[in-house]
Write a protein that binds this ligand. Sequence first.
Ligand SMILES: *[C@@H]1O[C@H](CO)[C@@H](O)[C@H](O)[C@H]1NC(C)=O
Ligand SMILES: [Zn+2]
Length: 382
Amino acid sequence: MRWCWVLLLAAVALAQNSEEELDLAEPCDPQTCQLPECRCASTDIPGNLAPRDTPQFVMVTFDDAVNVINIETYREVLYDRRNSNGCPVGTTFYVNHEYTNYQIVNELYNQGFEIALHSISHRTPQTWWHEAGLEDMRQEFGDQIEQMAQFANIPQDAIHGIRSPFLQLSGNATFQVIKETSLTYDCSWPTITSLDPGLWPYTLDYASTQDCVIPPCPTAALPGVWVVPMVSWRDLQGIPCAMADSCFFTPPMNDEDAWFQFITRNFESHYFGNRSPFGFFVHEWYVRANPAVERALIRFLDVINNIPDVFMVNTKDVVDWVKNPVPVNEYSQKACNLNQPTTCRQAVCGPLTADHTEMQYWMAVCSQCPTNYPWIGNPLGN
Ligand SMILES: *[C@@H]1O[C@H](CO)[C@@H](O)[C@H](O)[C@H]1NC(C)=O
Ligand SMILES: [Zn+2]
């Protein structure tokens, strides 16, 4: 009878651990890891294109809640812009739930911008994200797909990417949730060593060789999950910064010309290098608080929107190009990538009570009103 017990215990142990069982990623061999499904972490240009044949992508992204205040900046800086091929520009918004106005999310989506996820709670402290496991990630990001789609009335399959609060990865779990949902990529992983030449997006089928700036980073094999590295800028002292608003040695905040030069210099290290996608990763408050920075940004965008081989696009469009790289002359002829428009039946809901705090919330949505304030474990506020 003894072996019977051993088997039973083994079966119980297996069942408990089954969702944790992941294979350790093996070193990447570019012969077996091939596009469009697989790509090793590398600074090589996809499709072995020469730099001059490679579209220079520019990814402008904004983090955090979208509301009636920051939409003013988005309208000023981003609306009615086109790339040199006539297609509307892209921008990616990493949106967290609390205090987000979903009617404005709907407006941004209908402008052709990408709506991506930045978690439901954006909770503090940062160390919570360091410790978080797969079930936490399912609640923060998996459930946010449905929540965003419902309240902003956008298709679930228009949502592709995530960025962790504080850029704090949760090891494998951040990427497991991408794998088990309809998501495609993460854009929270900075590199401070692969800047020039910059690291191109890659998949986690095999071991990443990217530097781990904010551990824990994933080490499991997670086939088909894309990493869009945040290739750091260099500040005026050469110190890397993952987001434009996290650079330390910046030009004076009121010096538009110096800021224009600063942005341009960082852009040029991509454009005159391996053309890895250039990121302008920022929070809206930084732009609003510094009018000279806003003017410098607008000037920079005016310049690049007129360069024939530069394209300001949604982050998802960069992943799509990397999967199927085509030379710039072909790319610029392609039909524009537009969002399928949706309508917003506006409702303002509240006061809604939340279980996680005493506070009451008002919520602007494009759907029926929820009964309770949506939160972790109850993303639709039923
Ligand atoms: C990720 O998964 C691998 C393979 O199972 C494991 O060795 C590693 O400890 C995990 N890391 C984290 C941070 O979860
Ligand atoms: Zn944030």
